[in-house]
Design a protein around this ligand. Structure first.
Ligand SMILES: [Mg+2]
Length: 253
């Protein structure tokens, strides 16, 4: 029996500013059946309040407690101490809420997320601090970020620059690593076998859910296609072209 569902956002519940057809009804019906729904995003620059405002606009009722961002998961993982941060408002807020002190002097960790105000100086400082022994942590490995201008460098690209410079590999919190999913389980108070992970990305959503021990469903509403399945690192338990199909699969065929 599935008691909880972890949803990816972009490509799964919406595409850009457009809702994915049937997504809002699916979430409403899942809740009516007593299933806890949690919205888990690799994007770390936005606050949970911003994310749930967008979901509410799309007809998916949610409060900040229904959202888990990679920024929150990263802050929870670090849990305290001091950090030099490259990142946006969402990451800054999450770190401060977890009692993490932001500093550029002898921090315990260097934390890197998506930062629209990135400068060479920030990269230079992060590089020196990592070489000086600070732990190197990334909110997510997303290579690109899709914008109205097209695909732009994402957090993974910033991490790659620092990894090349320092030869130190970052610890990644977001999908495809299972850490963020394990935190989602703790938030829901459920065990992995009770939870379904729903996402559109075979490289991130499906491996993250599977490694955390959840059942997984690939929605063909976003980036991954049936043709991508052959080369996928982990096969999903279910594949659905749309939400009515996912409902049928969940109800046992
Ligand atoms: Mg997605």
């Amino acid at each position: 029996m599935i008691k909880g569902i972890v949803f990816d956002l972009d490509g799964t519940l919406y595409r850009g500013t457009e809702p994915v057809p049937g997504a809002a009804d699916f979430v409403r019906e899942a809740r009516r059946q007593g299933r806890r729904c949690l919205f888990v995003t690799n994007r770390a620059s936005r606050t949970p309040e911003t994310v749930c405002a967008q979901l509410n606009d799309l007809g998916i009722e949610s409060g900040p407690d229904d959202v888990l961002t990679a920024a929150q998961a990263t802050a929870e993982y670090i849990g305290g101490g001091s950090v030099f941060m490259i990142g946006g408002e969402g990451l800054k807020r999450a770190l401060e809420q977890h009692g993490v002190r932001l500093t550029d002097h002898q921090p315990d960790c260097v934390v890197v997320g998506y930062d629209p105000d990135l400068t060479y100086e920030k990269l230079a400082q992060a590089c020196l601090l990592i070489l000086g022994g600070a732990r190197f942590i990334g909110t997510n490995p997303d290579r690109i970020i899709n914008t109205e201008r097209g695909a732009l460098p994402g957090t993974g690209s910033l991490l790659a620059a620092l990894e090349t410079a320092t030869r130190v590999k970052p610890t990644i919190i977001g999908k495809p690593e299972p850490r963020i999913m394990t935190m989602a389980l703790a938030r829901m108070g459920l065990s992995p076998e009770q939870v379904l992970a729903v996402g559109d990305n075979l490289d991130t959503d499906i491996p993250a859910g599977s490694r955390a021990g959840m059942r997984t469903a690939l929605m063909l509403t976003g980036v991954s296609t049936r043709a991508d399945l052959a080369a996928a690192p982990v096969q999903p338990d279910w594949i659905a072209a749309d939400y009515p199909t996912l409902t049928t699969l969940m109800n046992g065929g």
